[in-house]
Structure formats: C-alpha cells, structure tokens
Design a protein around this ligand. Structure first.
Ligand SMILES: NC(=O)C1=CN([C@@H]2O[C@H](COP(=O)(O)OP(=O)(O)OC[C@H]3O[C@@H](n4cnc5c(N)ncnc54)[C@H](OP(=O)(O)O)[C@@H]3O)[C@@H](O)[C@H]2O)C=CC1
Ligand SMILES: O=C(O)[C@@H]1CCC=N1
Length: 276
C-alpha cells in the first residue's frame, strides 16, 4: 500500500455513486493518506450523501459540478444506471477530464460514444478489499487514453492495493475472477463456519479458525511463490484426514462448480454491456 500523505496531490477525484465499491475506494484512499479535500462524491439520495460526508468529511456535490470541477471522474454506479448518469454528464465532460469506469461489463467504447470526441476513458475492475488496502485492480485503456492517463488512474488504485494492466478483451473474465472473487471467499467462510458448527464447535470459534486459516493460506500463497498444488499436497498426509475431505469435494463437483460459476459471472458481465 502506498502512503499518499507525503505525495503531491495534483488531481481532484470525484467518485460518482458512493455505494459499496465507491465507499471502499474512498475509505481506502483516505486511509492511504489522500487529503479529504482532494475527494468529492456524488449520490442519488441526499441521505446517503450526508452519511458519506459525516463518515469521511468528503464534500458531496452534484454530478454536473463534479464533471465541471474534478480532474478525474470515477464512475461507480451500477451498470444499469450508467446510461442515465452519462446523459447527465455528457454536456459537461471535456477532454481535459479523465473518466474512469469501474462498472462491470460497460466498455470504454460505449462510454466514449456518449461523450464529446477525445475524452480519455479507462476501464478498471477493482474489488472491495480496497477498504483495507488490499484490492486487486485491473486497468484497460480506451482509445483516447494515453500512458499519462493510465499512470493517473494507477495512482488512484495503487494506494488501495495491487494494480495490473490488461487488454480490455479480458476485463469480463477479470470481473468474474477478482471483481466478484471476494464474494466466493466469503461464501466459503460462511459454508466452512457452518461445517464447524456441524462438527460441534461454537460459531465464534469456527469463524476465528477459518478466518485465520484463510489469511495464513493467502499469505503463504503470496509469499512462498509455491504452486497451490504443492501447498495442498503438503497438507495432504497419506491415508490422512485431508484426503478424506478432498475426495468429498471432488465427488460433489466443487471444481466443476467453480468453473461453471466463473463462466456464468463472465457471461453476466458481457450481458451487462448490452444494458440488460
Ligand atoms: N461491489 C463490488 O464488489 C464491485 C462493484 N463494481 C462495480 O461498481 C459499481 C457499483 O457497484 P456497487 O457499489 O456494488 O453498487 P451500489 O448500488 O452499492 O452503488 C452504486 C451507488 O450509486 C448510486 N447512484 C445510482 N445512480 C446515480 C447517479 N445518477 N448519481 C449518483 N449516484 C448514483 C446508487 O444509489 P441507489 O442506492 O439509489 O441506487 C448507489 O449508492 C457497479 O457498476 C459494479 O459493477 C466493481 C468492482 C467490485
Ligand atoms: O456483482 C457485481 O456485478 C459486481 C461486479 C464485480 C463485483 N461486484
């Protein structure tokens, strides 16, 4: 995580749509040291705007004011709300602005078509661990975005985790894998906690055991450089407990279920591009 408190903060950033992901980004940026006066937010409902202002001391403005005043506009509304937002923004967004979209499925070309000629657009797929400085954000430039624009977008997402550049053709797959990924991990925690309860452990104990186990395993994966198969084999003693569990996971098709689940998420991302 980059400490932003000692850096030059030329850009002002507007987060348009401060919902779950918008808030994770705002919170992560402030924790990384970005001064609150460099951030503004927009929200559909005044009550949510007030909540954000009270919680983070960031200013809430209208979409039009954000478009006229902020250097970078981060579009963080649901894909289904993007059309209305672009209708509102399009008269005010000039090529001096950088537009960053984090919406699943919405392509840079679809956004470029709705704005005046030449506006740089970058599509980013972050994830909610931005909240704790551990996001995975993948960036893809649109047709007007230069190296300088990519660097500006990376400067927003690097302080809240890792960043990677990929061609836009891979962003629907990225959305399925790392965009939605935290939900699969939380789902696994929920299911394993239930399993602990089935085996007679108190819920809070089961929860703590599995959270630390997932955390430790993630650190091992990141720091050892070992292949996950090698790490799993090291846990799987001959004739032991782990292989008894793995047999059940294979019998219930967990691997196939994950392949199908991620394909479904990728397909849904593609569908959202068509406004469905
Ligand atoms: N949640 C996640 O983990 C991730 C989400 N994304 C993407 O981020 C975007 C937001 O997702 P998420 O945060 O989950 O959704 P949310 O619904 O929580 O957030 C969107 C927010 O935008 C508000 N909004 C809608 N229209 C406007 C508008 N015209 N002007 C200002 N605010 C508006 C919504 O208000 P209201 O509540 O009234 O609808 C809501 O508060 C989506 O496009 C999603 O694909 C990307 C990566 C991860
Ligand atoms: O569920 C969704 O559509 C969004 C995109 C990636 C994560 N959440």
């Amino acid at each position: 995580m980059t400490d932003l408190s000692m850096q030059d903060h030329g850009d002002t950033i507007a987060v348009l749509g401060a919902g779950k992901m918008g808030e994770a980004l705002i919170s992560g940026l402030l924790k990384a040291g970005l001064p609150a006066e460099k951030l503004v937010i927009t929200e559909r409902y005044p009550a949510r705007a007030r909540e954000m202002t009270e919680r983070y001391q960031v200013r809430a403005v209208s979409n039009l004011e954000a478009a006229k005043t902020a250097d970078t506009l981060v579009l963080a509304v649901k894909p289904q709300d993007m059309d209305d937002l672009l209708t509102e923004l399009s008269p005010a967004v000039t090529p001096e602005r950088l537009v960053v979209t984090i919406a699943a499925g919405i392509t840079t070309s679809a956004i470029e078509r709705r704005l005046v000629e030449g506006v740089p657009v970058i599509r980013v797929m972050p994830n909610t661990p931005a909240l704790v400085g551990e996001a995975m954000s993948v960036l893809a430039p649109g047709s007007n975005a230069t190296e300088e624009h990519l660097a500006r977008a990376e400067a927003i997402f690097r302080p809240v985790g890792k960043v990677l550049r990929l061609p836009e053709s891979q962003l629907d797959a990225v959305t399925a894998l790392s965009g939605s990924g935290p939900a699969y991990v939380f789902f696994l925690v929920e299911a394993m906690t239930d399993a602990g309860i089935l085996l007679g452990l108190p819920r809070s104990v089961a929860h703590d055991l599995i959270v630390q186990t997932i955390y430790g395993s993630a650190v091992m994966l990141r720091e050892s450089g070992e292949h996950p198969v090698a790490l799993r084999e090291a846990v799987t003693s001959p004739g032991g407990t782990t292989i008894a569990a793995i047999r059940e996971l294979e019998r219930h098709g967990v691997r196939a279920a994950l392949l199908a689940a991620l394909e479904a998420a990728r397909d849904r991302s593609r569908q959202l591009a068509g406004g469905q």
